[in-house]
Write a protein that binds this ligand. Structure first.
Ligand code: 5GP
Length: 138
């Protein structure tokens, strides 16, 4: 598996790198949803959270926390963040290398509507919660 993110890790293609350590890299998204939209990736080439080993996940989220703090304390002055992963093609994952989006939020950026995670999908279950629970926990 080789993606454009491997080329960013190896510096073959440039990026605005906000943070780097042995295991992770954080850089500005080339097509930002908001000012400061950042991607955090593990250097290990894994497709998604399920494929990643515990240490990779742990290192990844330590960097997510660190970079969120950096953005929060920056002159961008965001009022919140949407932080998430597009896991799988159907969920919008376009690059097959695990990455966490940190999207700074600014006052009124939802056009008067609160644009939270809840507005990504509107596909409520027809089954009751107990049926859903039993499908998950067998
Ligand atoms: P996905 O849709 O897979 O969750 O997110 C992939 C993200 O990578 C997109 O938001 C896209 O803008 C970003 N991206 C794609 N190619 C590049 C690139 O070459 N450089 C940077 N900095 N971001 C990229």
């Amino acid at each position: 598996m080789s993606t454009i993110f491997e080329k960013i890790i190896s510096k073959e293609i440039p990026a605005e790198i906000l943070y780097e350590d042995e295991n992770t890299l954080a850089f500005l998204d080339a097509n930002p949803c908001s000012e400061g939209h950042t991607l955090v990736i593990p250097k290990k080439a894994v497709s998604n959270l399920i494929e990643a080993d515990e240490e990779t996940v742990s290192n990844l989220f330590k960097t997510v926390k660190r970079v969120t703090k950096t953005l929060a304390e920056s002159d961008l002055d965001p009022v919140g963040f949407s932080i998430g992963i597009n896991h799988g093609e159907e969920a919008g994952q376009s690059i097959n290398h695990l990455h966490v989006h940190i999207i700074p939020r600014y006052k009124g950026d939802g056009d008067g509507t609160i644009r939270s995670m809840h507005s990504i999908v509107s596909n409520p279950p027809t089954n009751d919660l107990n049926t859903v629970f039993n499908k998950i926990i067998k």
